[in-house]
Design a protein around this ligand. Structure first.
Ligand code: SF4
Ligand code: SF4
Length: 68
């Protein structure tokens, strides 16, 4: 069953450190060429590990829609 949370927002202040991608257990985050992190919401299970380690505090988790 789908988790009720997913990562949704990576703010513009992302410094592309890659910390979030390294701790994600689902490999749902990609940081390429120093550009802000991108997230595959289908892989994300809403564990929140990425948000905890982000030094810039730019990751937010939101509730999934029922249809997701
Ligand atoms: S909430 Fe968990 S699964 Fe989702 S992107 Fe962050 S670390 Fe990965
Ligand atoms: S941990 Fe935060 S600052 Fe670092 S790449 Fe991820 S979103 Fe960007």
């Amino acid at each position: 069953m789908a988790q009720s949370l997913k990562i949704a927002v990576v703010g513009r202040e992302c410094v592309a450190c890659g910390c979030c991608a390294r701790v994600c257990p689902r490999e749902a985050i990609a940081v390429e060429w120093g550009i802000a992190a991108r997230v595959d919401a289908q892989k994300c299970v809403g564990c929140g590990k990425c948000a905890k380690v982000c030094p810039a505090a730019v990751i937010d988790l939101v509730k999934r829609e029922k249809a997701e």
